[in-house]
Design a protein around this ligand. Structure first.
Ligand SMILES: Cc1cc2nc3c(=O)[nH]c(=O)nc-3n(C[C@H](O)[C@H](O)[C@H](O)COP(=O)(O)O)c2cc1C
Length: 181
């Protein structure tokens, strides 16, 4: 089984990237984890583009080659970062038969605010649901992210790390035993 991880932040030292990498380590043994690394290269979406740029075709291929997708999103002004939304707009086409269709997908998020990107996680689940992904009805808010990680890259809050572990297990379960759409 292969899980594709996408961080919605382009920031060097991103807490969401850290959270995603931690989630990858908590996946059951034998599950391959790839972190998507080309978000910054995705051009602005154009509906009249005849052929998708190579980087977009690559994104769609990587999503299609995965059994599940895990996205870590920051909150920007109560919503998801524009570059993440732009990439998902590309990935949503052609609609409805896009690379996310029916694919188990989970959302997690970190922010330096108190609420742990809870609004952006809800917005992201909405976007993914409209795209046709099989979105897990779970969230993993990491608030005060600037203080949330220990030197080993784990979460200082052991309950939070257990919740992250449970969430990635549910994502794996969703691949092994898909529910009817
Ligand atoms: C444009 C912008 C808007 C932001 N809006 C919010 C917000 O609405 N809520 C929040 O909790 N944090 C907000 N933040 C702070 C982010 O939580 C913080 O920058 C966080 O570290 C981003 O995630 P990253 O570490 O993965 O880059 C905002 C940051 C930026 C740059």
């Amino acid at each position: 089984m292969r899980v594709l991880g996408i961080s919605g932040s382009l920031r060097a030292g991103s807490y969401n990237r850290q959270l995603l990498e931690l989630a990858g380590k908590l996946l059951p043994e034998g599950v391959e984890f790839e972190v998507y690394d080309r978000l910054a290269d995705i051009p602005p979406y154009r509906e009249d583009a005849v052929d998708a740029p190579e980087v977009v075709a690559d994104l769609r291929n990587r999503v299609s080659a995965s059994d599940a997708v895990l996205i870590a999103t920051p909150e920007y002004n109560g919503s998801i970062p524009g570059q993440l939304k732009n990439a998902l707009d590309w990935a949503s086409r052609p609609f409805p038969d896009n690379s996310f269709k029916g694919r188990p997908t989970a959302v997690i998020g970190a922010s330096v605010g108190l609420y742990g990107a809870i609004w952006s996680q809800a917005e992201l689940r909405k976007v993914l649901g409209l795209m046709g992904a099989a979105v897990l009805d779970e969230e993993l808010p990491v608030g005060q992210a600037d203080q949330a990680f220990g030197a080993d890259g784990g979460l200082s809050d052991t309950d939070g790390e257990a919740a992250l572990s449970a969430l990635v297990s549910k994502l794996v379960d969703a691949v092994r035993a898909p529910t009817a759409p």
